[in-house]
Design a binder for this molecule. Structure first.
Ligand SMILES: [Zn+2]
Length: 151
C-alpha cells in the first residue's frame, strides 16, 4: 500500500489536530495559527481520501439539544453545518476517510475506535441518544431538560 494513504489514515483517526509532533513535520503549515486555517488546509490536502465529515458532540449532560441531534450526522466535505453550533459549543467535526476498497486499494480496515464520554470510553459508533439511554435517570433528565425528559 502506498505510504501516503497510511499517513492520512493516521491523521484522520486521531482527529484534525491530534497528530503527533513528528507527523506534523509532514504537514502543510497554515500562515495563521487558527484552527479553521489548519482544518481547511488539511481538508484540501486530503480531499481524494476523505468521504465527508462527521459531527461529534460531547457525551455528557451539558450538551445542547442541537448538538445532541447532530451527533453522528455526516456531511459532505464542502457543505453542511460545522461546529460551533452555539456559544461555548464543545462539538467537533472529524474527517471520514474512504475505505481501502473505495480507494481501490488492498488493506486492512482500521478497527472501530472509541470516544470519550462522561462515564468513560464508549465505541465510536455510539450516538448521543444511544449513550443517553444507558445513563441513570438523573443524567437523562439533566441532558434533556424536564420537558423533553417527560416525552
Ligand atoms: Zn454544541
Amino acid at each position: 500500500m502506498p505510504a501516503r494513504f497510511h499517513r492520512y489514515r493516521v491523521y484522520a483517526k486521531r482527529g484534525w489536530l491530534g497528530f503527533s509532533g513528528r507527523k506534523s513535520a509532514d504537514f502543510p503549515k497554515p500562515r495563521t495559527g487558527t484552527r479553521k486555517g489548519l482544518n481547511t488546509l488539511v481538508r484540501q490536502a486530503n480531499e481524494d481520501v476523505l468521504a465527508g465529515v462527521q459531527w461529534v458532540s460531547t457525551l455528557d449532560d451539558r450538551t445542547m439539544p442541537i448538538c445532541q441531534n447532530r451527533d453522528g450526522m455526516t456531511y459532505e466535505l464542502n457543505g453542511g453545518p460545522r461546529p460551533p453550533a452555539h456559544p461555548n459549543c464543545r462539538s467537533t467535526a472529524i474527517p471520514i476517510t474512504r475505505s481501502w476498497e473505495e480507494l481501490g486499494q488492498d488493506g486492512d480496515e482500521i478497527p472501530e475506535g472509541t470516544r470519550a464520554s462522561m462515564d468513560g470510553q464508549v465505541p465510536r459508533s455510539v450516538s448521543f441518544y444511544e449513550w443517553l439511554k444507558k445513563q441513570p435517570e438523573s443524567v437523562q433528565r439533566e441532558a434533556l431538560g424536564p420537558r423533553r425528559f417527560a416525552l
